[in-house]
Ligand binder design. Structure first.
Ligand code: PEP
Ligand code: MG
Length: 369
């Protein structure tokens, strides 16, 4: 990490006076959020929640949540997870001292949450062969049946983003409750306002966002009523699927803000798997200068960038005061930041250690404009 000294702070201050773009950070725990604020972040633009679900001690409850055979079982798993989620969010809200925090609802890589199909099949075979533990065999067979049902050939284009939440609405409801309980607890303890922004991932249709927004708003309002307290909050969406960018005028009906997910927008816009980005043809393309830069690192301004420009324009046509930002990796890339400044985004969000670079790049973009 860069040493933070007086000169560094001074240059940062000059940059802050010159720039128009806000600079936020992507962080999902107290430590990273604190580091981000120290480096000048003006909020959290993306707190991913899926890593919280992947913690080893939570995985059993998370698996129960997904593999539940009925809503009663799922509710029991969610009741286990809710207080942990609340503690996660309290950490981030406390670190950010009233600055806005965009919490993204679960964007599952389902295959990473669930047992591997082959491993589970082998386990069942082994139990069948030994014939020792009948109860365990039955339980593992039931899990195998569920895993088979949920198995996908192409998980990155499968039950990701809000799609799991569409199937099981009690999951986003639990997360919305945890966010609000955390916010109210921090408000009470620190006496500081909390900038709550709830974000729905991987939306492609206005109807999806409306359904998710309704669930979130109902849960939030119920928490307010129970607590006898309220606070301001926003509900918005990621724009990371070309269809969402192209229909941003419709999507904006349901959104208080847009955050462009340029990682997925690049994956789906160019049709390149982000998991395989470095290997094979893409690396060769960059090396042999078929394309100038890796589009996952620096925005393809002529291509995917147009989807961002269209999304901003159409979104604002419906809602002139729509807040817009970017939280893909490009949010910390100077050349991409210049583009985001040009198309009129309100802020960029990047990993904490890129915040100082983003502040400088945003200033340069504003001065050059
Ligand atoms: C994105 O797709 O750009 C994004 C920020 O979300 P994630 O990287 O978590 O898919
Ligand atoms: Mg994404």
């Amino acid at each position: 990490p860069p040493a933070i000294n007086e000169d560094f702070e001074k240059v940062g201050e000059w940059a802050d006076q010159a720039r128009r773009l806000g600079v936020r950070a992507n962080a999902e725990n107290f430590e990273d959020a604190s580091k981000a604020r120290e480096l000048g972040a003006e909020g959290i633009g993306l707190a991913r929640t899926e890593h919280m679900f992947m913690a080893a001690d939570r995985l059993p409850a998370v698996r129960k949540m997904i593999l539940a055979e009925n809503e009663e079982q799922r509710a029991a798993a969610l009741a286990e997870i809710l207080p942990m989620q609340q503690a996660d969010f309290e950490g981030i809200f406390t670190a950010m001292k009233g600055l806005p925090v965009t919490v993204r609802l679960l964007d599952p890589p389902l295959h990473e949450f669930l047992p591997n199909l082959v491993d589970q099949s082998v386990l069942v075979k082994e139990l069948e062969l030994t014939g020792a533990d009948a109860a365990k065999l039955e339980a593992e067979k039931a899990t195998l049946a569920q895993v088979k049902k949920l198995h996908e050939q192409n998980p990155m284009l499968g039950t990701r983003g809000c799609r799991l939440a569409m199937l099981y609405p009690s999951i986003p409801e639990m997360q919305a409750r945890a966010i609000i309980r955390a916010a109210l607890a921090v408000l009470e303890r620190e006496g500081e306002t909390v900038g709550v922004e709830i974000m729905i991932p991987l939306v492609a249709f206005e109807s999806e966002l409306k359904a998710q927004r309704d669930i979130v708003v109902a849960a939030v309002e119920d928490e307010f009523e129970k607590a006898g307290k309220k606070l301001d909050y926003l509900v918005g969406t990621m724009i990371e699927i070309p269809r969402a960018a192209l229909t941003a005028d419709q999507i904006a009906n349901q959104a208080d803000f847009f955050s462009f997910g340029t990682n997925d927008l690049t994956q789906t816009g160019i049709g390149i798997s982000r998991d395989d980005a470095e290997a094979g043809f893409l690396g060769a393309y960059v090396e042999t200068e078929v394309i100038e830069k890796n589009p996952f690192e620096s925005l393809d301004a002529d291509g995917v960038g147009q989807l961002v420009a269209i999304g901003v324009e159409k979104g604002r046509a419906t809602k002139p005061d729509l807040k817009t930002g970017v939280c893909g990796e490009h949010g910390g890339d100077p050349a991409s930041i210049e583009f985001f400044n040009k198309v009129g985004l309100d802020y960029v969000s990047c990993s904490p250690f890129r915040v100082p670079i983003a502040r400088l790049a945003a200033a340069r973009a504003a001065l050059q404009a």
